[in-house]
Ligand binder design. Structure first.
Ligand code: FES
Length: 266
């Protein structure tokens, strides 16, 4: 039986959509950005090289933490938990699972993905091509409910990124130093934390499941803070996507010797 706009009882308009504006532009733009990021991250994760600049202690967030014996010397801040990985396995497997899980189940990316990649629907008043609607009650989409757990993982990775950021104040030959790479790493850190703290799950964790705030003044304070960030979550999601790529690309380029780091101090 026909479903959606073709379901019995619905007015048979005979048009794909009555919208005459450029409704396809926003999903197209976001779709191109998402696909670019997916391809870029996949290539970089399987590259297994050019993720660490030993002279300045720059570690790309895509490889943090690097915890296998295969990681280049100096890049394993947390030590090595595993032996050598075969070439085809990403050294940053744990990072990939947690961060891909966090972004992949994010409410903003869900909206973006449904509109831009799955056309479900692509825009308001535009029928979707899918015949049936199952919501997020079945596998694999039911796994999107794991978002709150990925949030805890992302928090730990965020703390680790701060540690990496502090390490990046490393001068050539030791001592204190600041380069363009240090600034890029810290700009990315700020964007990543804005994205993480503005998360809907974070807002629920700090302020949810309470009958009233009067007995929980600290949680009310946290909730008020997160609530101010939360409406800009989509902006932070896209901005941090770009800053992650920029940081990774810069570190890759310096590590590969394509250009040198611009140094301000030492
Ligand atoms: Fe986007 Fe949680 S809703 S990170």
């Amino acid at each position: 039986m026909a479903t959606g706009v073709s379901a019995p009882g619905r007015a048979q308009v005979g048009l794909k959509t009555a919208r005459s504006d450029k409704w396809w532009l926003a999903p197209l733009r976001i779709g191109v950005i998402l696909l670019f990021f997916i391809v870029y991250a996949t290539v970089r994760i399987f590259m297994n090289k050019w993720y660490w600049v030993d002279a300045y202690h720059y570690l790309t967030p895509l490889y943090s933490p690097c915890v296998t014996s295969s990681c280049v010397e100096g890049s394993s801040h947390l030590g090595t938990w595993f032996g050598n990985f075969p070439r085809f396995l990403p050294f940053s497997l744990i990072t990939f699972v947690v961060l891909a899980g966090f972004r992949g189940t994010c409410y903003y990316y869900r909206k973006a993905g449904y509109r831009s990649l799955f056309f479900a629907p692509a825009a308001c008043a535009v029928p979707e091509p899918h015949k049936a609607y199952t919501g997020e009650r079945k596998f694999p989409l039911i796994a999107l409910n794991l978002h709150r757990y990925f949030f805890y993982g992302a928090l730990l990775f965020g703390l680790l990124n701060i540690y990496d950021g502090v390490q990046a104040f490393h001068g050539k030959g030791g001592g204190f130093g600041i380069g363009l790479g240090t600034l890029i790493i810290w700009i990315n850190l700020v964007c990543l934390w804005l994205y993480t703290l503005s998360c809907h799950a974070c807002r629920h964790i700090v302020g949810g499941r309470l009958k009233n705030f009067s007995k929980h003044p600290m949680r009310y304070r946290y909730w008020t803070f997160v609530s101010k960030l939360n409406p800009k979550h989509g902006t932070f999601a896209m901005t941090s996507l770009f800053t992650v790529i920029l940081t990774d690309f810069y570190i890759m380029a310096v590590s590969a010797g394509w250009f040198s780091d611009l140094r301000f101090i030492n």
